[in-house]
Design a protein. Structure first.
Length: 198
């Protein structure tokens, strides 16, 4: 996805967030052919200027057209269960970030310790699945948190409500994916593509 398409994605996510919070109709517009392709996406809301997380929800798998996934993720991010619902008075003090995802790929290993050399910080996002539990962390999270691979694995497990060392269990499945991140620099301001390496 190029910067112009990334800008479209962020502006559209911002419009959806604002409409949803104000209880206005969700905007319908033709964003172009790339937005009709099935793709996974996350919408992240940060406070401005403190850059604290305010909501982050997404559709990890390419199961619906990108535009529909953006609507679903943007509306859901305003009511992330970890936070109070986003209010209208906050709309001028948030920045919107969109992460376009590649399809998750299963990491095939003989010994779970191999994950430590197969996962690269700044390139990979992680999904863990074990039984009915599932957790996902975007590729930018370990960069922002300054984690090493083992901390990244442990935190992905905890996101799934699993013990931090659940990645060592042979019945746990790990998937990696990468993402393109487009973000507002300030509320409703310039949008740029964010390098994963911070």
């Amino acid at each position: 996805m190029n910067l112009e398409e990334g800008e479209k994605a962020v502006k559209f996510a911002r419009k959806v967030i604002e409409a949803y919070v104000k209880q206005d109709p969700i905007p319908k517009e033709d964003l172009g052919s790339i937005f009709r392709e099935k793709q996974g996406v996350f919408v992240t809301i940060h406070t401005y200027p403190s850059h604290m997380l305010r909501g982050c929800i997404g559709i990890p798998e390419p199961i619906m057209p990108l535009q529909d996934a953006l609507v679903e993720a943007a509306t859901s991010a305003t009511r992330d269960p970890r936070f109070p619902p986003l209010s209208e008075k906050e709309l001028d003090d948030i920045i919107v970030e969109v992460t376009i995802l590649t399809p998750p790929k299963l990491l095939d290993v003989v010994d779970p310790k191999e994950y430590l050399s197969k996962i690269k910080i700044g390139r990979d996002g992680l999904i863990i699945r074990k039984g009915s539990y599932s957790g996902l962390l975007l590729p930018q999270v370990p960069v922002e948190e300054n984690w090493d691979v083992e901390e990244f694995l442990a935190n992905t497990c905890m996101k799934a409500w699993l013990p931090p060392d659940a990645w060592l269990d042979r019945d746990a499945k790990l998937y990696t994916f990468s993402g393109q991140i487009f973000t507002e620099i300030e509320p409703r301001g310039r949008i740029e593509e964010k390098p994963l390496h911070g």
